[in-house]
Design a protein around this ligand. Structure first.
Ligand code: DX5
Ligand code: ZN
Length: 218
């Protein structure tokens, strides 16, 4: 299975966000990961629909919009209109996950669910057939640059088994680097989000290639 790399623009230069999106596109990213935070579900605030709309013309690549907001449901339509291709809601937010997923699909977008590190995978069981993507958080959401939580490798493997042969992407977000990406892929992930590991130096193409080509140290 080929691995997709989704740089998180949380680690980009916000003063030049459009140019940064173009730069990761030119550097060979697959998707653009957009972290929406509300200062309530997570202890940090980022951006909302107007900024997503403003950066939309800078690339044709998939906008993977990770909503770390509670409630999410009243805002889903705005994110769809702003240019999201995939809308990911948190299982811990809102009260009616199944309804949120139906709403995302009714707007013609791909639907994803994200699980915090402490949330068990069982919550996916009865919504599996509504899903295009599962996002496993390998850090507690809110900030870039945190360390990968190893207990999530087992969860990734379990979710990969639950997915079976359904066409559902398994994305992992938080603390992914060129040093540990191979473990995340071996556990069963096929989409890797990386913020600091992509934006840490100017050579985004080299940083993306290093994550894609991650191997265990000999
Ligand atoms: C955390 C965000 C992540 C984060 C990843 O709440 O969902 O997407 O930006 O950043 P790194 O790769 O630096 O952990
Ligand atoms: Zn994210």
């Amino acid at each position: 299975m080929s691995v997709l790399i989704a740089p998180s623009i949380l680690s980009a230069d916000f003063a030049r966000l459009g140019e940064e999106v173009k730069a990761i596109d030119d550097a060979g990213c697959d998707w653009v990961h957009i972290d929406v935070m509300d200062g309530h579900f997570v202890p940090n605030l980022t951006f909302g629909p107007p900024i997503i709309k403003a950066i939309r013309p800078w690339t044709k690549k998939v906008f993977d919009v990770h909503l770390m907001i509670d409630p999410a449901q009243p805002y889903i339509e705005e994110y769809a209109k702003a240019g999201a291709d995939i809308i990911v809601v948190h299982a811990e937010a809102d009260k009616h996950l199944d309804r949120s997923l139906q709403l995302i699909k009714s707007l013609g977008k791909k639907a994803g669910v994200s699980l915090n590190p402490a949330t068990p995978e069982h919550i996916l069981e009865y919504v599996m057939d509504r899903l295009d993507l599962v996002l496993v958080m390998s850090v507690n959401p809110g900030f870039g640059g945190q360390s990968f939580i190893d207990s999530q490798l087992d969860k990734i493997a379990r979710i990969r088994r639950m997915i079976g042969d359904r066409p559902i992407d398994l994305e992992v977000d938080g603390g992914v680097t060129a040093d540990n990406a191979h473990k995340v892929i071996a556990a069963g992930a096929n989409v890797l989000v990386a913020g600091s590991a992509v934006f840490k130096t100017k050579d985004y193409a080299a940083n993306i290639a290093a994550i894609r080509g991650s191997k265990a140290a000999a």
